[in-house]
Ligand binder design. Structure first.
Ligand code: ADP
Ligand code: ADP
Length: 237
């Protein structure tokens, strides 16, 4: 059974002037993602990649279709149940989305606080995570004292804090230079290989797909127009 399974998922938004036809951001997408895979989602700006990922993270409801995570249908769940689902999914972003007023330690601790962990358990987990991402010496720093790559490593530590089975990355290396991109991708590869975290990686950079993804879905106009092993998709005539 696929870990993430989308069947005929459509998401439309009202037309901006409320008169025209709705804008279909995701159009009848069916996509299965197996546990342990790194699936790259590639496509031009406006293709529907971010919307698709927001649907998987239950940040917005689909207009129609079915989304199952680990066998559980998420469309139609109440907000409290959706919160449980979201605890099993980590997310990292292009602009890192860190709390600038909080220390690195407090940023990483945040999801654990929300999840109701004890102070002692949080302290131990945060130390472990900061070691893992190589930022133990930055625990008391604030995000504005860090480089882009360091900020994204804080983002990764925060996203993994509750030990999610799934990590979603939305253009997570797009704001980074090539060397730092490589460093962050190497870390993500370790998260996948050593911890079996299933990943969905949105990017417009072919290099990122080539270096980290096992499978790739190509989106265009809200549709997934191709999906398969990276080698097959990119070796098409
Ligand atoms: P991508 O991530 O591939 O650049 P998006 O998923 O951001 O694409 O957007 C797909 C389409 O849906 C675009 O036309 C975008 O303008 C539209 N869209 C995305 N989010 C919203 C929203 N909240 N309200 C209205 N339209 C949206
Ligand atoms: P092991 O599976 O070898 O016991 P741990 O689960 O103790 O390893 O984690 C080893 C390191 O990897 C820890 O520092 C932990 O913070 C980090 N780590 C990164 N991602 C995850 C994850 N999704 N689940 C658990 N640990 C993770």
């Amino acid at each position: 059974m696929a870990l993430v399974s989308l069947a005929n998922v459509t998401k439309s938004y009202p037309s901006p002037d409320r008169k025209g036809p709705p804008l279909v951001a995701v159009d009848d997408v069916s996509l299965d993602i197996e546990a342990g895979e790194v699936t790259g989602i590639i496509g031009y700006s406006g293709a529907g990649k971010s919307t698709l990922v927001r649907l998987v993270n239950a940040l917005e409801p689909a207009t129609s279709g079915s989304i199952r995570i680990d066998g559980r249908e998420i469309t139609g769940l109440a907000e409290r149940e959706l919160r449980d689902i979201r605890l099993g999914i980590g997310m990292i972003f292009q602009q890192f989305n860190l709390f600038d007023a909080k220390t690195v330690r407090a940023n990483v601790a945040y999801p654990l606080k929300v999840a109701g962990w004890s102070k002692a358990a949080i302290a131990e987990r945060v130390d472990e995570l900061l070691d893992f991402v190589g930022l133990a010496d930055k625990a008391r720093s604030h995000p504005d004292q860090l480089s882009g790559g360091q900020k994204q490593r804080v983002g990764i530590a925060r996203a993994l804090a509750t030990r999610p089975a799934i990590l979603l990355a939305d253009e997570a290396t797009s704001a980074l230079d090539p060397e730092t991109t490589h460093e962050v991708l190497t870390l993500l590869k370790r998260v996948n290989e050593e911890h079996g975290v299933t990943m969905i990686v949105i990017t417009h950079e072919m290099d990122v797909i080539q270096s980290i993804a096992t499978r790739v879905a190509v989106m265009d106009g809200g549709r997934v127009i191709e999906h398969g092993p990276v080698f097959d998709v990119f070796s098409d005539p």
